[in-house]
Design a protein around this ligand. Structure first.
Ligand code: CP
Length: 347
């Protein structure tokens, strides 16, 4: 490891995927999130973004993401504008270029959720970022949900310490009838966790493949980060001896955008892909049950598990606030932090 230190000045940086941030930079984000968590709980003011504005553009619904960004921005001393794409001129075809230039001339950052159509969301936010004179933050796209996976990493570290090398994490598809959920959470997890030395096992039925580029990134990250990455078609196998399980539903890559009902129709063959007590007993006794939420109770997971002693879902959801604030503070404020330079950003 290169022990050279340099000033980390992240003001103006986009937060679009975790791939574009080094492990050292992600460590800083997590350290800042932990500091902001302590300050929030201790009622210590932390108005790093006084009088600043962030625009939150949603092409999809949200509870945690919207409210963690809105509440977080208020706590940082600024204001968040909640915008839904259906009432913006984007619904009449206004370009991402014009939207990015104009919103960034009114404020200090643009955050976007555009997650339901493979091939669209990430490209849209990169186009906004190309033209915006302010950082662009990915609140979930078709490729990654970096705000969620950062909160997941924070939660695992709080539970298991900083050294996660060799921890087995099962990222599994699970049955849900509510809606065809985006692929970005499992994709984000398989890309991020091997970089911190974790052994990732991905499990899904054959129709629920993830994007090939995220699978390649996961393999490459495991090779470089010292973790492992393998794929199975069996939930039990993924759960066996796991330290962390994250079972959740997602849609079919091929039809997600054009016919999401098809994902739900196919899913009906796999209603036995549920996280229940029997499956949890295959894992280590102190296994962490995690889910980004919203969970389809009774389908993805039984109440007994999600409300049980191994579940950390509320801690995980709370950490969305602290990590969202760290992302905003570091990309929008003049915070300089010295850190050990460990590696270069991923291509
Ligand atoms: N986990 C997550 O992103 O939750 P919301 O969809 O409620 O924002």
């Amino acid at each position: 490891m290169n022990s050279e230190t340099k000033k980390a000045l992240f003001k103006g940086r986009d937060w679009i995927t975790t791939q574009e941030w080094t492990e050292a930079e992600l460590d800083i984000l997590l350290d800042v999130a932990a500091d902001l968590k302590r300050k929030f709980k201790g009622r210590v003011p932390h108005r790093y973004l006084a009088d600043q504005t962030i625009f939150l553009m949603f092409f999809d619904k949200s509870t945690r993401t919207r409210n963690s960004f809105e509440a977080g921005m208020t706590q940082l001393g600024g204001h968040a504008h909640f915008l839904t794409a259906d009432v913006m001129q984007v619904s009449h075809g206004e370009s991402p270029k014009d939207t990015g230039i104009i919103l960034s001339s009114y404020g200090h950052a643009i955050a976007i959720r555009h997650d339901l159509v493979p091939g669209e969301g990430n490209a849209y936010m990169r186009e906004v970022a190309k033209w915006a004179d302010a950082p662009v933050i990915n609140m979930q796209c078709d490729v990654d949900h970096p705000c969620q996976t950062l909160a997941d990493l924070m939660t695992i570290r709080e539970q298991r310490g900083r050294n996660l090398r060799g921890l087995k994490i099962a990222v599994s598809w699970a049955y849900a009838p509510s809606y065809a959920k985006p692929l970005s959470v499992p994709q984000g997890l398989i890309m991020l966790m091997p970089r911190f030395g974790m052994d990732v096992v991905l499990a899904h039925p054959p129709e629920y493949n993830l994007m090939p580029e995220t699978m390649q990134a996961a393999e490459e990250n495991a090779r470089r980060g010292g973790g492992q990455f393998r794929v199975v078609d069996n939930m039990d196998e993924a759960f066996r001896d796991a330290d962390v399980v994250i079972p959740k539903s997602w849609g079919c890559l091929d039809t997600m955008g054009s016919n999401p009902a098809e994902s739900l129709r196919i899913a009906k063959q796999y209603t036995n892909w549920i996280c229940n007590r029997e499956r949890m007993q295959l894992a280590k006794p102190d296994v962490l049950y995690m889910h980004p939420l919203p969970a389809d109770r009774g389908n993805e997971v039984t109440d007994e598990v999600i409300d049980g002693p191994n579940s950390v879902v509320y801690q995980e959801a709370e950490n969305r606030l602290h990590t969202a604030k760290a992302i905003m503070a570091l990309t929008m404020a003049d915070l300089e932090i010295e850190y050990a330079l460990q590696s270069e950003p991923r291509p």
